[in-house]
Ligand binder design. Structure first.
Ligand SMILES: Cc1cc2nc3c(=O)[nH]c(=O)nc-3n(C[C@H](O)[C@H](O)[C@H](O)COP(=O)(O)O)c2cc1C
Ligand SMILES: Nc1ncnc2c1ncn2[C@@H]1O[C@H](COP(=O)(O)OP(=O)(O)O)[C@@H](O)[C@H]1O
Length: 310
């Protein structure tokens, strides 16, 4: 998959694609139906996705709490997996955000990227002040000469599948509902970083990952599916993970700490993808290490039993 970050001075080989446009945070089932329509609209053209980085909401409100379901890298990784050949990951900056709907259609879609066809969800808005509607896009397509397909919004238990609904499910400790809307387990991807080196003493060494910049799932303990993406231990494992601030030890910075079952080895620096399957319980404090360790053992037994049924 090629990643193109600028809509100007684009190579000829990267023009003429059929492109699904959106933020695609989570790459959920609704997003994938939009991308599938792009695939069907012109099966012979390269399949592309146009997205924006930073997320426009991050650009306009940089100090708002983190809300993203995935990093740009994780999104690119998943888009590649579903067959996207060109990722137009445009820098969302003052200049891009100031384009009127007509300028966006002309300068970005038509002249800059020379797109053959674009596909957007029915609630798509674009251009300065989100003033452009899907009808405007269709009109510009007719005037300028690119195809436009509007994808219907997908429903899940009578609600539209949306990144917002997925965030709510995760905040409320309902990872299976999130997964039903995503079409895959909600995964937290990132590098394994060092911690307090306490886990090994407790008998539960944990591979720690930052969740900075990401929407935090409900703090607590989860049954998880772990993929080690690189290095000598590359492979799939079952595990139990704790998301939160470790009140037992007065932690502050929220993170995710994962204990891999039936595993020994060094994971520092490896990239992990941790899929949240079930929420087991909230984070707690205990009266000493003994009951804490007993509870972690019980969590692991419960997680093992759940994961065996998948
Ligand atoms: C299954 C499991 C359950 C956990 N439950 C809690 C908890 O209830 N409260 C808490 O403060 N920390 C909890 N933790 C996090 C541990 O405190 C943390 O992993 C341990 O202190 C090791 O930290 P370190 O990786 O920085 O060495 C849990 C960890 C695991 C693996
Ligand atoms: N079963 C396991 N699950 C997770 N990490 C393990 C496991 N066995 C060994 N490790 C290694 O131990 C490290 C975690 O040990 P820990 O004492 O919790 O240190 P830290 O505080 O740096 O996370 C992991 O990053 C990994 O390299």
């Amino acid at each position: 998959m090629r990643i193109i970050r600028d809509y100007q001075f684009v190579d000829d080989q990267d023009r003429g694609a059929t492109v699904a446009i959106g933020n695609f945070d989570g790459v959920h089932r609704g997003h994938r139906s939009v991308i599938d329509l792009a695939r069907q609209a012109a099966p012979e053209a390269p399949l592309g996705v146009m997205t924006f980085e930073p997320h426009p909401r991050e650009f306009f409100a940089p100090n708002a709490p983190p809300f993203r379901l995935m990093s740009a890298e994780a999104r690119a990784h998943r888009l590649e997996k579903i067959g996207v050949e060109k990722l137009y990951q445009l820098n969302f900056n003052q200049a891009l955000s100031s384009l009127t709907p007509e300028e966006f259609a002309r300068k970005v879609i038509f002249e800059g990227l020379g797109l053959a066809h674009v596909v957007v969800g029915a609630d798509f808005c674009f251009g300065k002040g989100r003033a452009g509607t899907v009808e405007d896009l269709q009109r510009f397509g007719q005037e300028m000469g690119f195809g436009v397909t509007i994808a219907p919004l997908m429903e899940y238990s009578k609600h539209t599948v949306s990144s917002t609904a997925i965030r709510t499910a995760l905040s409320e400790g309902r990872p299976r509902d999130a997964a039903a809307m995503l079409g895959h387990w909600h995964r937290i991807e990132g590098e394994v970083i060092g911690g307090e080196q306490r886990g090994r003493e407790l008998g539960f060494p944990t591979a720690n990952q930052s969740i900075d910049g990401l929407h935090p799932p409900a703090f607590g303990v989860y049954a998880v599916l772990v993929d080690v993406l690189d290095g000598p231990h590359k492979g799939s494992y079952h595990g139990a993970a704790s998301v939160g601030v470790r009140p037992m030890f007065d932690g502050e910075q929220p993170n995710i700490e994962t204990y891999l079952f039936d595993f020994k080895g060094n994971l520092y620096g490896a990239h992990l993808s941790v899929g949240l399957v079930d929420y087991l319980r909230p984070e707690m404090t205990f009266d000493g290490l003994e009951p804490f360790i007993a509870q972690m053992q019980a969590d692991c037994d419960q997680a093992r039993a759940i994961l065996q049924t998948l």
